[in-house]
Design a protein. Sequence first.
Length: 206
Amino acid sequence: MNQPKILIIATRNQGKAAEINELLAGFPISIKSLNDFGPIPEVEEDGESFDENAYKKASFTARILGYPALADDSGLVVDALDGAPGVYSARFAGPQATDTERCQKLLQQMHGQSNRKAAFECVLSIAVPTGPALTYEGRCEGVLTDSPRGVNGFGYDPIFYYAPMQKTFAEMTRQEKSKVSHRGKALRQVRDEFDKVMQWIEIHMP
């Protein structure tokens, strides 16, 4: 009997790891996150784009741990702020800020703004230790609320309102959110091609 292949999700964010695990359930793959390993050095996410950061995280994790790794870089792009916070979404209110503080800072910056259009963007990179990577992208458009709503999810979910479902991301169940979210869309592309992804890993893994 073949051992299931190991794929490492390059995150310590349990919400993110759970979302990915759920979408890839049923494949002959054993999914681990960085929490399953001892301390490894932090990657400096200094890329100019989600694409660069996702690849940096995936290839670094694959090289250090010796397994294929999947990393996502995602963030919120706000029209009225010229695309900010963008790649700085996680560090927008300072490196130690909580999700609540990040949401508050963004709402302060949006005070009095009539254009509240925003989009979540996600780039997924699947890398092997030797360097090559596959890339998948997803985007979800919405508007920013005036105040947080809902208790699910993480990050900017409580202030991101998705009109077709008349809910913020934080008011949705994880299943509802996965159907429409930027990460859900990118992950479904991965899932739909996962047999090809597995073959690609097979070819590129030393």
